[in-house]
Design a protein around this ligand. Structure first.
Ligand SMILES: Cc1cc2nc3c(=O)[nH]c(=O)nc-3n(C[C@H](O)[C@H](O)[C@H](O)COP(=O)(O)OP(=O)(O)OC[C@H]3O[C@@H](n4cnc5c(N)ncnc54)[C@H](O)[C@@H]3O)c2cc1C
Length: 439
């Protein structure tokens, strides 16, 4: 049911409770031109970024419509690895996912391209492994419980923005309108394309992750308590991994698309079969690959968009490039960017034009440094794979680094503190990274 601009204005123009940080972003005297709207805010895409945004907005009393082309539960190709840092950052998350399968891990096997190995074992769990088909459904339910509405099977094919508001059009020609939109429509963001924000990620800023999530009766990890990662595996500008889960195992290879196109002969699934077989031969896996569960997919790994909003459209999650360029971890950043976008819209109150700049400031403050550094680290390590070997060996030789990393992943040490330690204790690496940053 469509609302009228007057009704919307009364909600957004009312004084809203904003944080001290948000207050300087608000300009409460904004006048909305007349237009009929379907919601005060439309969140386009109901993955972790969109669900976190919708939950935040709805909990603050904003009439929020969460829109997705899929019907939930739906799958999303993903390793489903989440650090304890994410659990600490979102105190409501443990309850929201309490009814899904969660596999907890505290051991890591990290391998360099020359075969050097670093084995880490923490006293407490450092991460959980979930299946996205279940996890995302739980997050959508959390958004609905907070008061958001859900529109499924609405595939956005067109988007336009005027001073009056934003119009999203579906494949069937139906339209939805709102004064503000959170674009959480993932790596191929149609909204980003249609608004001219991001026509296409450059090949160097995108990774292809070729992965299967296969049930245990076909394939299983021989060491189900260990996360196995090989960086620069077989000379790739990328990584290979085994993520054991409660009833499934995720096995995959990810690498920069530029590298994949230039240097990797063969079809992705042929590579996967060979990879799985090599892990069976080396005793890491038992069973066989199953093509039915193989779902290659892209990840943006070149850092966030320089400007993560356009007018009153705020880009979050993969649509905004919020992924760690070094680890390809995206869930944590998707949820943070979604939540910060929601908070910025609430903080903007009646001054909706302030939401974008407010959001940009907020994510730069919280995750800007680590996302920037993650891309530098990725380029530094892929610049020479021997650096990966040195890092793996360094992890064995410098116990302080292993402890600092484990504390960071567990959410006990901030990124700023980790960075300070690394800069103080390994000035050679720090200087090289700084030099790269200036180029
Ligand atoms: C193979 C692989 C393994 C990964 N492993 C990990 C991992 O272990 N840990 C980790 O943290 N990250 C991992 N990532 C990254 C992580 O999956 C993403 O960063 C994360 O899913 C981003 O969340 P999102 O909400 O932005 O987008 P998504 O989760 O992709 O959700 C976007 C939603 O938008 C909807 N949508 C898209 N287009 C439209 C449209 N036109 N109209 C309507 N709806 C639309 C989709 O249906 C979907 O529901 C991995 C990625 C890949 C590809």
């Amino acid at each position: 049911m469509r609302g009228e601009a007057g009704g919307l204005r009364s909600v957004f123009a009312r004084p809203v409770a904003v944080s001290a940080e948000g207050r300087d972003c608000a300009k409460p005297d904004y006048n909305l031109p007349p237009m009929s709207f379907d919601a005060e805010v439309i969140v386009a895409g109901a993955g972790p970024a969109g669900a976190a945004a919708a939950r935040t907005l709805a909990a603050a009393g904003v009439d929020t419509l969460l829109v997705d082309r899929a019907a939930f539960p739906r799958n999303k190709p993903c390793g489903g690895g989440l650090t304890m840092r994410a659990m600490a950052r979102f105190p409501w998350l443990a309850k929201a996912i309490s009814d899904i399968d969660i596999h907890t891990v505290s051991k890591l096997h990290l391998e360099g391209p020359d075969g050097s190995v670093l084995k880490l074992e923490a006293d407490e769990p450092v991460g959980i492994l979930i299946r996205r088909v279940e996890f995302d459904h739980s997050l959508v339910k959390a958004a609905l419980a907070a008061g958001a509405r859900l529109r499924e099977r609405f595939e956005i094919t067109q988007a336009s923005q005027t001073t009056a508001g934003i119009t999203l059009q579906s494949r069937t020609g139906e339209t939805l309108r709102a004064p503000v939109v959170v674009a959480a429509d993932s790596v191929h963001s149609v909204i980003g394309k249609r608004l001219g924000v991001n026509a296409k990620w450059p090949a160097k800023s995108i990774a292809i992750d070729m992965m299967e999530e296969t049930p245990h009766d076909t394939l299983r990890a021989r060491h189900p308590d260990v996360v196995w990662i090989a960086y620069a595996y077989k000379g790739l500008d990328g990584y290979a991994y085994i993520f054991p889960k409660t009833r499934h195992v995720n096995v995959g290879i990810g690498c920069l698309l530029s590298h994949f196109k230039g240097e990797m002969p063969g079809r992705p699934y042929d590579m996967q079969v060979a990879f799985v077989q090599s892990l069976v031969d080396s005793g890491e896996l038992e069973g066989r690959s199953d093509r039915d569960y193989f779902t290659p997919f892209l990840i943006p790994v070149g850092g966030p968009l320089a400007k993560s909003y356009q007018g009153r459209v705020l880009f979050v999650g993969d649509a905004g490039g919020f992924v760690n360029g070094f680890t390809a971890e995206g869930l944590y950043y998707a949820m943070i960017s979604g939540e910060l976008a929601g908070q910025a819209i609430v903080a903007a109150g009646g001054g909706l034009d302030a939401a974008g700049p407010c959001y940009q400031k907020a994510w730069k403050r919280e995750i800007g440094a680590e996302l920037r550094d993650s891309v530098l680290i990725q380029r530094y390590l892929f610049g020479s794979h021997d650096r990966v070997n040195r890092v793996v060996r360094g992890g064995r030789e410098w116990p302080w680094l292993a402890t600092a990393m484990a504390d960071y992943v567990a959410g006990k040490r901030s990124y700023a503190a980790l960075r300070r330690d690394v800069l103080l204790r390994s000035p050679g690496t720090a200087a090289r990274l700084a030099w790269k940053a200036l180029r």
